[in-house]
Design a protein around this ligand. Structure first.
Ligand SMILES: [Zn+2]
Length: 239
């Protein structure tokens, strides 16, 4: 069985990168659920590959706001053909390339902003040459103040797999059967649900905790061989 690792931007980092940027087309609105009563957004997933330019309704994604459930579903289904097959589309999922300004310095794998994971083009090509599977990087439209800067791509990291119920709160309620709302605090000691984990990709985020980025043994091996430093790497147990 391959090993899986939780990847985090270090609490102490010499990299100072900051962004004033958003995704070109906006994103899915939040929703108000008539069944569970929750008003929520909270997806951490971005789809920089999504191109809404030919969608007549594209303006309806520009402004973040909660919508009634049926309106949310209408807007979600309009963009489903524009994201990878089977992709999880929670309220708040972001669409299109990252546009804006960037300042400071960025590590080769810059996971400081979990909904906009960035990679240097050179590092992405090195990882792919090492045989790391499932990495997809998309051009950003970021302007830098400084002349000398890396070419930053945004990784499209899809949700796959989930936490094992043994590590989530005992009083965790089942997800809402209508809207999928499933709030619980992040466990201190995460355990991955082995049966749920993907076998076709070496980098993903969890479906029930999209801010947790997970890499396989192959991913982490390549990162270490290439000395792509400045990433906290923690092996997680499986059950
Ligand atoms: Zn609900």
């Amino acid at each position: 069985m391959t090993k899986f690792y939780w990847l985090q931007f270090p609490e102490q980092s010499r990299y100072t990168g900051d962004l004033h940027a958003s995704h070109k087309w906006g994103g899915l609105p939040g929703l108000r659920c008539p069944q569970c009563g929750a008003t929520w957004a909270g997806s951490a997933t971005s789809y920089p590959s999504a191109d809404l330019s030919s969608l007549p309704e594209r303006k309806e994604y520009e402004k973040p706001r909660p919508e009634p459930f049926d309106e949310f579903v209408r807007l979600r289904e309009l963009v489903r053909p524009l994201v990878p097959p089977g992709a999880q589309l929670k309220p708040g999922a972001q669409l299109g390339p990252l546009v804006g300004t960037a300042t400071g310095t960025f590590s080769p794998l810059f996971f400081c902003f979990l909904s906009r994971p960035l990679v240097h083009r050179e590092a992405l090509e090195q990882l792919q040459a090492e045989g790391v599977r499932g990495l997809r990087g998309f051009p950003t439209e970021l302007r830098f103040r400084q002349k000398k800067h890396p070419e930053l791509l945004e990784l499209e990291i899809l949700p796959h797999g989930r936490l094992h119920p043994d590590c989530t709160p005992q009083d965790r309620r089942p997800p809402c059967s209508k809207c999928g709302h499933d709030y619980f605090p992040r466990p201190d000691d995460p355990i991955l649900d082995a049966a749920s984990l993907p076998t076709h990709t070496d980098l993903f985020r969890l479906t029930d905790f999209e801010t947790m980025l997970i890499g396989t043994e192959r991913f982490v091996g390549a990162v270490r061989r290439l000395a792509l430093e400045d990433l906290d790497i923690r092996e997680l147990p499986l059950r």
